[in-house]
Design a binder for this molecule. Structure first.
Ligand code: ADP
Ligand code: MG
Length: 434
């Protein structure tokens, strides 16, 4: 049941004393659904206390488990309701920002790779609006962008009007308001906040109408010294499908990039996670993990959780042997993507024969070859030479040229861009550990 999962999360998150109060909440499974989650209480004091102190956390974990933002209703059990003769049904208008409370500045390990980004984020959190506006934070997956964005929000949550959304949530909100012919309230909401924190801005590439609206929101916020922070998995220059005027605005404040963590930072992060989650591991083991797992911190967290659960369930100490085996199993599960895999996937998706991709040059085949070139450069380990040979190209420099052209073409050719994304997704959902 979903509530069991949420209770587990809360147990991890809260001190034992706090948890002892939260664990007795009754979840109304029969009447809850993914859009409306109902919690029941025997007395109004408890209800109000939970509402004040833990509702945001609970809402956050519901969202994490279901990927939806449910309305959370806190309801008083009937007997008490009768006594007090009042309807205490309280619905929480989900606040603009559901922040992850554990993504704080204190929990963020600072090293060479992220020092600059961290310092800017902290300065902005303490002194918003004028110093660096906007702040554009880029960096690869799992390197701490969302964490820093939340940290800025968390530091201001109680004193300022903070909005933290992914660009997709922002876009969906826009569409909903459009459909309800209620743009006024959309504008009021986004143009009056103190912090507009937008995660993964790259995802609104190509959404022209929305970008137009965002452009105006952006200008008004900036004029009024309201802080804007944007994160992206690529630097401004590499954003695809964005109006130039928007891109130049993005670069107008300050930009920072989180790099891949160096070994010492990785070790420090692992130590911090062990400390937070009460995991006992020797320095030797920590170093082994840092050396053998890629630089995505999310992957490292996944491995730590697995190792920890295993050792707890088996009642076994965490040994180097256990860690080696766990990591080995992961790597076996996620075999490397080869050129062959990509050709098969593309041919399959476009309904053509894999061997056609080698030479035949109809429009469809040319389209397929572009996707193969782009994906093998992005996903597979094979060399450019090998790829050129397969595609019967003169030399490997023609591949580099093609890549450049394809990247340009993707900006205008939505069909190409979407196909590439679609096929890429098939590969990346299963290959998070290498
Ligand atoms: P991104 O948004 O860049 O893809 P996240 O911010 O979601 O990455 O980070 C992935 C996970 O790694 C999160 O759980 C985050 O707390 C953790 N993490 C990343 N960088 C650090 C760091 N420097 N210190 C502590 N935890 C980190
Ligand atoms: Mg993120």
């Amino acid at each position: 049941m979903i509530w069991d999962k949420i209770i587990l999360e809360l147990k991890r998150d809260l001190s034992p004393e706090e948890f002892s109060k939260v664990k007795n909440i009754n979840y109304d499974e029969a009447n809850s659904n993914p859009n409306k989650q109902i919690l029941k209480f025997n007395n109004i004091f408890m209800l109000n206390w939970i509402k004040r102190n833990y509702l945001e956390k609970i809402a956050f974990y519901f969202e994490k488990e279901t990927n939806l933002k449910p309305k959370i209703e806190l309801i008083l059990n009937k007997t008490e309701k009768k006594e007090s003769n009042k309807n205490y049904q309280i619905t929480q208008k989900i606040k603009n920002a559901i922040l992850n409370p554990s993504y704080s500045f204190e929990n963020f390990v600072v090293g060479e790779s992220n020092k600059f980004a961290y310092q800017i984020a902290l300065k902005i959190a303490q002194n918003p609006g004028t110093l660096y506006n906007p702040f554009f934070l880029s960096g690869g997956t799992g390197l701490g962008k969302t964490h820093l964005l939340n940290a800025i929000g968390n530091l201001n949550l109680n004193k300022k009007n903070v909005i933290l959304v992914t660009s997709e949530e922002f876009l969906n909100d826009f569409i909903n308001h459009l459909m309800q012919k209620n743009m006024q309230s959309f504008k009021e909401k986004y143009r009056n906040c103190d912090f507009l924190l937008i995660d993964d801005i790259q995802l609104i590439g190509g959404k022209e109408k929305f970008q137009e609206e965002f452009f105006h929101t952006f200008n008004i916020l900036k004029e009024n010294n309201r802080q804007i922070v944007l994160t992206s998995d690529k630097p401004v220059k590499e954003l695809v499908g964005f109006e130039e005027r928007l891109k130049s605005r993005f670069e107008n404040g300050i930009v920072a990039q989180i790099k891949e963590p160096e070994l010492e930072t990785k070790i420090a992060i692992i130590k911090k996670k062990c400390q937070i989650d009460l995991i006992q591991m020797s320095d030797e083991i920590i170093e082994y993990i840092a050396l053998n797992i890629n630089n995505n911190i999310r992957t490292i967290e996944g491995i730590l959780t697995t190792i920890n659960s295993f050792s707890m369930i088996m009642n076994q100490e965490i040994t180097l042997n256990l860690v080696e085996n766990t990591i080995k199993n992961y790597k076996n599960d996620t075999k490397k993507i080869t050129l062959d895999d990509i050709i098969k996937a593309v041919a399959n998706n476009l309904n053509i024969k894999p061997s056609d991709i080698k030479t035949k040059k109809t429009r469809d085949i040319l389209f397929a070859r572009k996707i193969v070139i782009f994906l093998s450069k992005n996903l597979a380990q094979n060399s450019t030479l090998e790829l050129a040979k397969y595609l019967n190209l003169k030399n490997h420099s023609s591949i580099s040229k093609s890549i450049k052209k394809i990247q340009e073409e993707m900006q205008n050719n939505k069909e190409l861009k979407n196909k590439i994304e679609e096929i890429k997704n098939k590969f990346t959902t299963n290959s998070q550990f290498n």
